[in-house]
Design a protein. Structure first.
Length: 145
């Protein structure tokens, strides 16, 4: 299976100051995410990125959005939403910054970065709404009704 988030960066690397726009739509299963409680295998991740070449690497800026599902932690109702995350990352051929990702064989692999954003930013214990009143501790009735 080919990696939908592997970008050939050879042209960018030889032209500092140049930039490319990428709109990618991998599924969570293509990213290696197997969290059935939050994502279906066919859930699509919307990846909109701008790659800009510098003399010592490539700056990646943009957004990653993914739909998620879950159970409200207060009232136990089924809930869903979309997480929209901002991206600011740095890739280098010779890593000198401990927070940067490595460029290997003139290829920028965005997979690890996007997978990290999807897993960390989608809620693990969501709320159905910010003011959810939860369940009555005595009788168990949904206090939102």
């Amino acid at each position: 299976m080919s990696n939908p988030l592997l970008i050939n960066a050879a042209e960018l690397l030889i032209r500092p100051g140049s930039e490319r726009i990428y709109v990618l739509r991998p599924s969570v299963s293509e990213l290696g995410v197997t969290d059935d409680a939050r994502f279906a295998d066919d859930t699509v991740v919307q990846v909109n990125l701008r790659l800009e070449a510098l003399t010592d690497g490539i700056v990646v800026d943009g957004r990653v959005a993914v739909d998620w599902v879950g159970t409200c932690r207060r009232c136990l109702a089924a809930t869903c939403g979309t997480t929209d995350s901002e991206i600011h990352e740095f890739y280098q051929q010779h890593v000198t910054n401990p927070d940067s990702f490595e460029i290997v064989d003139d290829q920028v692999d965005l997979g690890a970065m996007v997978r990290e954003v999807v897993l960390l930013d989608a809620p693990t214990t969501p709320l159905c709404r910010p003011d959810c009143a939860g369940l009555c501790p005595i009788c168990g009735v949904d206090r939102n009704a």
